[in-house]
Design a protein around this ligand. Sequence first.
Ligand SMILES: *Cc1c(COP(=O)(O)O)cnc(C)c1O
Length: 426
Amino acid sequence: MSLSARDQQVIWHPYTQMKTAAPPIPIVRGEGALLFTETGEAYIDAVSSWWVTLHGHAHPYIAQKVAEQLQTLEHVIFAGFTHPAAVELAERLIQVLPEGQRRIFYSDNGSTAVEVALKMALQFWHIQGIPKTQIIAFRDSYHGDTFGAMSVSARSTFTAPFQQFLFDVDFIDVPVPGHEEQTFAQLEELLQQNDKAAFIYEPLVLGTAGMVMYTPAILDRLVALCQHHQVLTIADEVMTGFGRTGQTFASHYLSHKPDMVCLSKGLTGGTMALGVTSCTERLYEAFLHEDKSKTFFHGHSYTANPVACAAGLASLDLLLQEHTQTNIARISAQHAAFAQQIKELAHIKEVRQQGTILAIEFEVGTTSYFSNLRDTLYNYALSQGLILRPLGNIIYCLPPYCITNEQLSHVYKAMEGMRLLLAKNK
Ligand SMILES: *Cc1c(COP(=O)(O)O)cnc(C)c1O
């Protein structure tokens, strides 16, 4: 029996309607930006395998560091004990994170990094006996799939079955160009009440919403306004972190720095599951108390797993190399040139770009043909040897930094092909 047939007997895949989905494509090997099937067909991983892969697949340097760590210490309980990889990764993250981040709390994925941030923020006020219990978030945001993370995310078909179990959140509109003042006014009005604990946001790019982008200038004003009103700010850099937006963190584009930062995805270069919630010394100090009830009671079995931390250190080594920084600038420039080239063409509603993230929003008619647009585009990309996962009528490229210019041209050509496909079926 083929791997794909065996898979279909025992596996339940994420975000997949198992009744109608095509059989999964078995991948047996990866190298650079490429993924290979059993029969040797290659796919360019233009979405970094759900936004995690930074330096390419099966990177030998990360593999070596992970192997060394595995042979030295694979895991140790992280309450009452510590280990070199966790300490060194924390020290090095603090050096590169936005100014003011002083403490690292480990968990194991993006959703848990967000849960930790929300719980820290709420408990920060609770400990001081200050009744601030409301969270502010962007209406179209995505912060993960656990209940707290779902609560602060867009309410949609995905969250509908759980609606009554999600806590109440104050949503404001995403300040996309032209709507900045509207969002600013919404936040200003919310902040008239003194019950706001924190504002959580995806800085500059809302990934799952469809790579929706807004400017650093407006985010800077929103963060400043929160700080003025004593509301904590949480930058969810799970997707934007580690160079995706051109800078190491999207928060680097701002002059006002967040109180907390959530990291995962690229944290280990896409090798292992690891989450980080960082915070300022002021936040950390609020939990220091003789009274044990003021402890931050949260932890996961695999907190600060040494192997994952070793992968994080290796990935950070690679990220900070000049060669990688050059690649980030190169991809950003290639994206910008292509965006310029196609933005005025027919059937293209908008082209958005921020650093290594490029998104094209196609104009969609109302014919029934377009209700299957997502699948049509997805299958077209596969037929061209590309992994591109459309978000509705939006196609995006968020590649590993090792992608070559030739591979990028292939991606752009397929995007152009999608546009022509739309034209033909109009
Ligand atoms: C993917 C993502 C998450 C959730 O991370 P998981 O590791 O998938 O749980 C949270 N926030 C943002 C901005 C994300 O893109």
